[in-house]
Design a protein around this ligand. Structure first.
Ligand code: NIG
Ligand code: ZN
Length: 401
């Protein structure tokens, strides 16, 4: 089907910059952008559908490239503990944290997991998200990890959103492997990843490289397995300390290294050389009251693409707003509003390995877009989250939340 979208100002985000086209028009053919430019330059032609965007500002659809939005239970009790001064690592070492979400998720059946995840996803979609990355990592056994990934895939089937799944079996040590982390990594590499990959549930592989999770050597084993399976990798790296996760990610050509508060100039050089995107997660930074800022200047200096994501999870980032992350990235990390918008569009697409087809309003890319009722692009980072009025398109289809 051939559509005309006109009467708008297009913020294309080509090359990660606004690359603004005022009084723009787009021709959409079968859900992809076939032409984009000044409306005055568009040749006369017939269209099956015409959308007058009423002078709104049109951006690429927002991409949340790091979420754990499938999980059972909640961790509000931990929130109270942290307010009483018990830190995240201590709670994890006491058997709480991720493992408490594992217990709750293992006890939750598919339909209940799906219902809770759908409710969270709908809030993000209402804010303008058109692509979601969703991780496993609260199952930590084959059946529960599979169920999480199946819920993620089902969200992409039932909702107007593109879902990319990531297997995060190397998220934490399950209770039944207490004191035997190498044995668990063996189980992940020899059984869980090959099985879940062969069944088609996995688009990428992730891990948590941290003192309270897995070592660089253990993550190396997981990455070698992912490489053998032909799967791209990403890594929760340098979140609470500097262990060398960013360098390992860069060595394996990872799509992204995420959190990266404790990354340094050397890490930035290595990530720039490997094309690894830095995924900044200000929701976790704020929730944990972290004080170590990610090396933003080093990322800028070495040309490391910076993405932003909600990191929606019950422990470190119980947040239901990607646009709030844009504001926090500006306010806490001093990104510019333009960098923040690139962080949730083209750079987020890079972090998922889909920037050939997503993340900017350019010919050949999917027609995922939002026509915002704002006075200009800076407003998208200015308002602290919440649903701004606008029209959302997914693959060229006008969709409600
Ligand atoms: N750090 C590791 N994983 C999540 C937290 C998971 C949890 O606490 O439930 C994160 O990205 O912050
Ligand atoms: Zn995470």
């Amino acid at each position: 089907m051939t559509q005309l979208w006109h009467h708008c100002h297009a913020i294309t985000m080509a090359e990660g910059r606004y690359s603004l086209i005022t009084d723009a028009a787009l021709v959409i053919v079968d859900g992809r952008i076939d032409w984009i430019g000044k409306a005055d330059d568009l040749a006369e032609q017939d269209f099956e559908a015409i959308h007058d965007l009423g002078g709104r500002w049109l951006t690429p659809g927002l991409i949340d490239c790091h979420t754990h939005l499938v999980f059972g239970g909640d961790r509000s009790g931990e929130f109270e503990q942290r307010l009483e001064g018990v830190d995240y690592e201590t709670i994890a070492r006491q058997g709480g944290g991720i493992v408490s979400s594992v217990r709750a998720t293992r006890e939750t059946d598919f339909e209940a997991l799906y219902a809770r995840a759908e409710a969270r996803a709908r809030v993000l979609l209402a804010e303008g998200v058109t692509t979601l990355e969703i991780k496993s990592g609260y199952g930590l056994d084959l059946d529960s990890e599979r169920r999480m990934l199946q819920v993620a895939r089902e969200l992409g089937r039932r909702l107007p959103v593109t879902v990319k799944t990531t297997c995060l079996a190397a998220h934490a040590l399950p209770p039944e492997y207490a004191g035997r982390s190498d044995d668990y990594i063996e189980r992940v590499c020899e059984t869980m990843l090959p099985t879940l990959a062969a069944e088609g549930w996995v688009d990428a592989v992730d891990g948590f490289c941290e003192g309270i999770a897995f070592s660089p050597a253990q993550m190396r084993r997981v990455f070698e397995t992912a490489r053998r399976l032909g799967l791209p990798v990403k890594l929760h790296a340098e979140q609470l300390s500097h262990l060398g996760g960013c360098k390992l990610a860069a060595e394996f050509g990872a799509l992204s290294a995420d959190h990266v508060e404790y990354a340094n100039d050397d890490d930035a050089r290595a990530m720039a050389a490997s094309g690894t995107t830095a995924v900044l997660l200000p929701g976790a930074f704020l929730t944990l009251r972290e004080t170590q800022l990610p090396p933003i200047e080093a990322f800028r200096e070495h040309g490391v693409a910076m993405a932003l994501a909600s990191d929606l999870n019950p422990g470190t980032s119980p947040v239901l707003s990607l646009r709030l992350m844009m504001n926090l990235a500006c306010t806490l990390f001093r990104l510019t509003p333009e960098e923040a918008l690139a962080g949730v569009t083209l750079n987020a697409a890079r972090a998922l390995g889909i920037d050939a087809s997503h993340g900017s309003l350019e010919v050949g890319k999917v027609a995922d877009a939002v026509a915002w009722d704002v006075t200009g692009p800076a407003e998208l980072a200015y308002w602290l989250g919440g649903q701004l009025p606008g029209i959302r398109f997914h693959h060229g289809e006008k969709v409600s939340a």
